[in-house]
Write a protein that binds this ligand. Structure first.
Ligand code: BDR
Ligand code: CA
Length: 300
């Protein structure tokens, strides 16, 4: 029995591969989109594009929040390009968006207990919680870090893009698994990984290869990384096989007011605050098994 999930995302190169992995290996009941890497219109179009090329025709896609709860939108065009999914030549999408809002679709799916995987800013997930949507059995998210950030010295993009939403999620009392930069920066799409994907030889593998090649160029130019970290599929992999990560129950607070640190995830690694753990924080990743899962999904 595979886990029943909703994937809330902002595609985004790594989100696109997260969609593929979730569709192939989990009971994916809905994709909800949020503004983040690009505008809501673009992230929604990108979800439709990825589903079209991957033949994912039975999963409804619904658009959610077009801006954060309490600040101006933050996009990542310098990493994901103007479309949010620059690189490959996508055919016109044949998979449509669902007429329901993300909240309506999630409420429908959540008539039964479901895991929410979140790989974008947490605006939609916070909105589900604020509207009393029940039956979320846990939230597994890509976001945060126990130390340094990426889009600010101490803040990771998904949290920085909507800190108030992240605060609502981390205070929800629901079981949370946080897959932050500590683990996703180990999921590097190295040249041997790119070759394995290219050798699959299918049109979908070609698109995944082009996505990762664009992503590699962005990460080299912007961050000086030799290979790009494939953040979002790590959260999906942690649902497929929880033993792929190692994790510790820790307290995580979201910095909302710091002069230089807004959007930071303040993780009590040494348990010095006396605050109760509110998340399982991933600290280790089995990199080889992660890539076997991801490449297996491209092949499938
Ligand atoms: C996160 O930010 C986005 O650019 C990626 O899609 C990922 O979800 C990494 O910080
Ligand atoms: Ca993302």
């Amino acid at each position: 029995m595979t886990t029943r999930v909703i994937l809330d995302c902002d595609p985004g190169h790594d989100d696109a591969l997260a969609i593929l992995l979730a569709a192939r290996r989990l009971d994916l009941r809905a994709i909800t989109t949020v503004a983040g890497n690009q505008t809501l219109a673009r992230t929604t179009l990108n979800a439709r594009r990825m589903c079209t090329v991957a033949g994912i025709t039975d999963v409804p896609i619904a658009a959610g929040a077009d801006q954060p709860l309490a600040q101006d939108p933050l996009h990542a065009g310098e990493i994901h390009g103007e479309s949010g999914l620059d690189g490959p030549d996508f055919p016109p999408p044949t998979v449509d968006a669902d007429p329901r809002t993300a909240l309506q679709l999630a409420s429908d799916v959540l008539r039964e207990p479901t895991t929410v995987i979140a790989t974008g800013p947490l605006t939609n997930v916070a909105t589900f919680l604020q509207n009393g949507v029940g039956n979320i059995d846990r939230i597994v998210l890509m976001g945060g870090s126990t130390g340094r950030g990426n889009m600010a010295p101490l803040a990771e993009f998904n949290i920085l893009a909507d800190p108030e939403a992240a605060d609502i999620v981390f205070r929800s009392g629901l079981p949370i698994t946080m897959c932050g930069l500590d683990v996703t920066h180990r999921a590097l799409a190295t040249p041997p990984v790119l070759r394995r994907i290219q050798q699959i030889g299918t049109p979908l593998a070609g698109i995944c290869h082009d996505l990762l090649t664009y992503f590699a160029d962005s990460y080299r130019a912007y961050f000086g990384f030799e290979s790009p970290p494939l953040h979002d599929p790590v959260a999906v992999a942690a649902v497929i096989d929880p033993t792929i990560i190692s994790a510790r129950p820790l307290n995580v607070e979201i910095e909302l007011t710091g002069t230089h640190t807004r959007g930071a995830t303040v993780v009590d690694l040494d348990r010095v605050t006396g605050r109760k753990p509110n998340a399982l924080v991933a600290t280790g990743l089995d990199v080889d098994r992660f890539w076997d899962l991801m490449i297996g999904a491209v092949e499938q």
